[in-house]
Write a protein that binds this ligand. Sequence first.
Ligand code: ATP
Ligand code: MG
Length: 415
Amino acid sequence: MRQTELFTKTRREAPKDEISKNAILLTRAGFIHKEMAGVYSFLPLGLGVIKNIKKIIAEEMEKLGSQEIIMSTLQNKEIWEKTDRWSDEKVDVWFKSTFKNGSEVGFGWSHEEPIMEMMKSHISSYQDLPVKVHQFQNKLRNEVRAKSGIMRCREFIMKDMYYFALTEEDNLTFYNMVIEVYLNVFRRVGLGHVTFVTSASGGVFTDEFSHEFQTICESGEDNIYVHKDGKLALNEEIFNDKTLEKLKVEKSDFEMKKAAEVGNIFNFGTKKSEQLGLSASNSNGEKKPVFLSSYGIGVTRLMGTVVEVLSDEKGIVWPKEIAPFQVHLLVLSDKVRSFADEIYQTFISHRIEVLYDDRDLRAGEKFADADLIGIPTRVVVGDKALKSKKLEIKDRATGKTREMTIENLIKELKG
Ligand code: ATP
Ligand code: MG
């Protein structure tokens, strides 16, 4: 895409009301627009990142054999009453409204109850199980604090997946598979080195339990305790003498770190199906409540976390797999414009996603914007390229520069 055609503008100054690094950089670089506290719109560059994160998650969900759906945002009060989660005392993030006829309606902050209800139309026997479904959906939550940019929003994109199983064993096997798949997602978005699985029950398997995926990050709202071996991490809630003794580890070997919860998975056992009446007959014809586990990833929080963790003093540093473009092509003068146009067409014909800074601006401004936007590979076409036919390539993450022909660069990008 030509940058002269991109409607978004970069800004030198951070908006005064933004205090979090992710919101400051994403706004300055033109990825997001703030509508109000905790509510953001995603602009072309931001949407590009979201699409790439979703693609990674979708590929990993496909490995698990999950089918994609989209459930509605408007939700039925009666369904939530069955599990006693309609009242504001029980769930403090509800947005609610009323229909013209006076009856109440909820805005989805989660979809566990509605999907259980829906599955009553599709699950009745063991032959129908297991069922795996997921969705990418905008969740609405009336959060008290919304100061962390896109990391804690009142409207945000979540991937939620649900697993319906006949047996506890099957449910648990799948649950453990998801842990591995989730770690893969976090590796692919570039956060593998700082993301830990923590257990909210300290590894004690009860009827109901959950695990969190925590990414070490200064602006995170949670505290986790990371063991010096770099493999084990514990939640603040369970970091006590009893748990440490059970795990046979020393308190002094742990260090407290701030972390952001990028994913959360739950095993509900049969509790919810008992409350909502979802059962399946087994091979002996006996009706059994269905086991449920649910699996969330905060898509937009994940994007914000990448910015928090990987950016530097000049701007954002996108990992290749989620960058909005692979190459940022900069033309530095009119003398080389037609040469740069050719390079641009060459990238396109090789299906390499390229943002072409064809604006009539000083080189310094273009460099600063390229650093701010954070595309992994910067390609500069300056006057000397005309003669040498070599391009100046700069890696955004390492800052290393090299000279290369377009042919070799394309080979490298494709390889
Ligand atoms: P938190 O503990 O951060 O409030 P949660 O435990 O309520 O989150 P879940 O209901 O498990 O969150 O949602 C699944 C995932 O959705 C979380 O792991 C997180 O990544 C993301 N998420 C939750 N709340 C928000 C929010 N307000 N803004 C952005 N992402 C969110
Ligand atoms: Mg949580």
